[in-house]
Design a protein. Sequence first.
Length: 408
Amino acid sequence: MAEVWIIDSVRTPRGAGKAEGAIASVHPQRLFSQLLVALAERTGLDPVDVDDVIAGVNTQQGKQGLNLARMALLDAGYPATVPGFSLDRFCGSGLTAMNLAAMGILSGAQDVVVAGGAEMMSHTRTLSREFMMDSNNLALRKKIPQPHQGLCADLIATLEGFTREEMDALALASQQRADRAIREGRFARSLIPVKDENGATLLDREQFPRPQTTAEGLANLKPAFASFMDREIDGEGTTYGSLLRLVYPDTAIDYVHTAATSSGVVDGAGALLLASPAYAKAHGLKPRARIRGVATVGDDPTLMLNGPVPAARKVLEKAGMTIDDIDLFEVNEAFAVVPAKFMRDLDLDPETVNVNGGAMALGHPIGATGAILAGTLLDELERQDKSVGLVTMCAAGGLAPAVIIERV
């Protein structure tokens, strides 16, 4: 049967997504290009053989527009004969890039693809929010209500019966696990320092985590999204709350999410080198893992964040596996309720999920996170000498991609 192998994965550390963040001065194309250089140097890949470079980029405006993947590969010194393109599946962009690369190789149409993603949130937060998900497509949003994601998180927690205390506990665990992972060097294999134009290192470690976090400190934080119910989005009286009430007119929302139980705003990039077994064997590339299955689902666009559970079930079915075949899980911590529901609905041991922390502690560079999680999972499978892992994440609009990888 056809297979696709993961040869290697690399990523940047995540910098604070604000003007004074450690890597905010780096152009997004340069951020991604440094990973392309690293993959070629680490593996001995001849870039001339690359069939495509795919980059997930959520906000393709400003410096992140104009086909980041193509510009990054040229910046990396790859031959002009190598094509590249960027895609947007909201938070699932980086994982979708990886899955699409796998499909190309599995089909026989391609042999070598670099896939991943980048997001400079220090840049995107400065842009106008006149996107489809804001005020310029309200006809669609009134037909199919899509409120603010933070409100969705609080609504799901209310409907599912999750408490503020449970959400805070997950955030504290994420911080503690991330701190342990950093101190023990668990991210070292994949981490590529970010450098400036002169070769000086700007960032070689995670900038966002707050290891000093305590349960008492979390309990004192105010809910982050209560005010969003009344936030006007069109200048004509339409609010996020009015959209939500079109579907849930009578639900009294319990606002349980804070800044600490939401994903962090950061800059970052991740990339993986995928190859066919035939190409890898012919060119001396040693695989680290194979991809056992890929899948993407659509789910309720109003609740928006509930796709990971059906995505996991679908990818397991595609791979001919069961939940008991999976050793470790990476589920993006967009909000605390997402991994909470994932673990409860699938009856998982919390010690197998996000074992090195997640986006609540480390941050979520939207277009890059899926690729980063895939590499983090692979590193951890190797560290624990385990075999199979599953990555999934929610995305705006009620989307969720997923992938299962198995060590070779």
